[in-house]
Design a protein around this ligand. Structure first.
Ligand code: SF4
Ligand code: SF4
Length: 112
C-alpha cells in the first residue's frame, strides 16, 4: 500500500504535505507533487494536511492512473522536503475538474 497524490494537486501545489512526511518521499513536478510508492511507509500523516484533499490511500477505488503517474514521475522529478510558496492562483484552481487532461505538466520542478 502507498498514498498517492491525485488530480486536485495540479496547479494548487500547496506543499503542506512535504513538511510532515517522515521519510521525505515527495517529488516535485512543475505544477504538482507525487509520492514515491516504494518509499512511502503508509503513515497517513500527509493526507489530512493537504488543503486540496489531493492525497489518497491507494486502497480507494479507481486510483490506478494516479498510482502509475506517481510511480513514474517519482523516478525522474527532484525530491522536495521543504514547503515553498503556493502558486498565487492556487485557490482559483482548487476543485476544478479534469486538470490531468488539461493542465498536467511532465516537466520537473526545482526540488529543494
Ligand atoms: S499539500 Fe496537497 S495540493 Fe499541496 S502539494 Fe501536497 S498534495 Fe499537492
Ligand atoms: S503517507 Fe506518510 S510516508 Fe507516505 S507520503 Fe504521506 S507522510 Fe510520507
Amino acid at each position: 500500500m502507498t498514498y498517492v497524490v491525485t488530480d486536485n494537486c495540479i496547479k494548487c501545489k500547496y506543499m503542506d504535505c512535504v513538511e510532515v512526511c517522515p521519510v521525505d518521499c515527495f517529488y516535485e513536478g512543475e505544477n504538482m507533487l507525487v509520492i514515491h510508492p516504494d518509499e512511502c511507509i503508509d503513515c497517513g500523516v500527509c493526507e489530512p494536511e493537504c488543503p486540496a484533499e489531493a492525497i489518497k490511500p491507494d486502497t480507494e477505488p479507481s486510483l490506478e492512473t494516479w498510482l502509475k503517474l506517481n510511480a513514474d514521475y517519482a523516478r525522474s522529478w527532484p525530491n522536495i522536503t521543504q514547503k515553498k510558496d503556493a502558486p498565487s492562483d492556487a485557490k482559483d484552481w482548487d476543485g476544478v475538474a479534469g486538470k490531468l487532461e488539461a493542465h498536467f505538466s511532465a516537466s520537473p520542478g526545482t526540488g529543494d
